[in-house]
Write a protein that binds this ligand. Sequence first.
Ligand SMILES: Cc1cc2nc3c(=O)[nH]c(=O)nc-3n(C[C@H](O)[C@H](O)[C@H](O)COP(=O)(O)OP(=O)(O)OC[C@H]3O[C@@H](n4cnc5c(N)ncnc54)[C@H](O)[C@@H]3O)c2cc1C
Length: 474
Amino acid sequence: MTSSTYNFLSKELEGKIAQPHSNAYEASLKSYFTLQETELRPAFIISPTSADDVSCILKNLAACDAETGSRTKVAVRGGGHSPFAGSANVNDGITIDLRSINTVEVNETRGIASIGGGAIWGHVYEKLDPLGLSVVGGHVYDVGIGGFTLGGGFSSLSPRYGMCCDMVENFEVVLASGEIINANANENPDLWTALKGGSNNFGIVTRFDMRTFQQGKQWAGLVVYPVATLDQHWKAFESMGNDWDPYGSLKLSITFSPQTKFAIAVNFEYTKEDSAPDVFRAFMDITPQYRNTMKITTLSETAKDIQKLQTNGVRQIFATTSFYYSAVHLQNVYSLFNDAVASVENIKGVRWTLTYWRIHSSVTSKSAANGGNSTGLDTSGGSLVLCVLTYSWEDASDDEAMNGAAKLFIEEVDRLSSDAGLFNRYKYVNYSAGYQDPISGYGDEMKAKLQAISKKYDPEGFFQMNVPGGFKIF
Ligand SMILES: Cc1cc2nc3c(=O)[nH]c(=O)nc-3n(C[C@H](O)[C@H](O)[C@H](O)COP(=O)(O)OP(=O)(O)OC[C@H]3O[C@@H](n4cnc5c(N)ncnc54)[C@H](O)[C@@H]3O)c2cc1C
């Protein structure tokens, strides 16, 4: 990173470049979800306000690198919620902070919401709720549309509509060359499919045009139970059946912390105004309940409520795998999780959470009906469970111990799933830790396709080599 890069860019983007120690620079760093991302110090942060600005950045960088013979490292930042270091930030390079590209507009027929590449879900729902509309999006207010959608995106609305990326009619994307193009079913359709799961490997998306649908209030909230009720939860999962009412979606988490020991927290969302749906009845009948916040509410209020439960600014990582659903397997994987607590319980500030998110078996047929995506997810063999380990701790000196315990746990889950005939190669890119390889889970054929598409739209490999963050396809 040379000072001439700064001189090159500052001529064109006056007022949009923040230098270290300025208020804008420090505020941008502080707003990442995890401390690991906040700790990285780019040479400067650029905040473009339009696709033209993004194009200008990429063109100038190419010119500058050509002149100086250097290869400037770049990070692309959406909502800043990918936890691991370097995903959307970079030491000594340039971070492009897209958060000022954040408009949400609905077209005349109300069928499409055009959402800026740096917007967050809370703002989307706040715009769409009063119109009685929605899109398939995230549960948490501050999470970005950018990373979420480009990784696939699972939502409480996915049982009804499929993954978030499947609802994108058109991406406005800035290629490494600086060219601004559209990718949809008619224009650049190979890129359209690639971006639906291909993360930051192909370009910088400055606008997502997403299909809307009518949506009113929902019944949603959190119920906290003692761990002694776990057996009843496995039975409640069974009672849902395999082809459950697609208005219902739940995530069950079991958390260990030295202070509270184990507790179960379940996020329920029934995406219709009905406070007694059969699909959740068996869970609602479980007692005692330490806390129950279920209420009829809007999607934006739900996003705010879930936001309040998040802890920002700590050392935190997600690691993930998946397996075919079986209630017995949920129980066996929980036993592994329980055993693994012994290896982390004395680490300062530890929280160790296992989450099960059952994916409706209709999700991939819905993707196919919308033109398909590149995630490699296949639910045709039955309902999958996303198994996510979320762990947080205080000191950097414990990074190795925490990551080591987490890696071992995921390996053991995969071994147990294979032994039980329930293994699935899919590892959701947006819940993967930096040390995992979710792109292999897309399958060899899809990986080869993505590599060919990358060579076509990014022949110099800018998004592979200059943008090291995230998961690369080569
Ligand atoms: C509290 C919390 C709740 C979550 N809930 C869900 C959930 O319900 N469902 C779910 O599926 N996932 C969920 N996730 C995971 C989430 O989808 C990922 O963390 C996602 O990467 C966040 O996107 P972001 O834009 O905020 O992240 P960033 O960290 O800004 O970006 C993530 C990656 O995407 C790239 N990127 C971002 N925007 C663009 C763009 N416009 N163009 C090109 N590349 C871009 C970045 O370079 C980076 O590699 C959650 C995460 C958190 C922390």
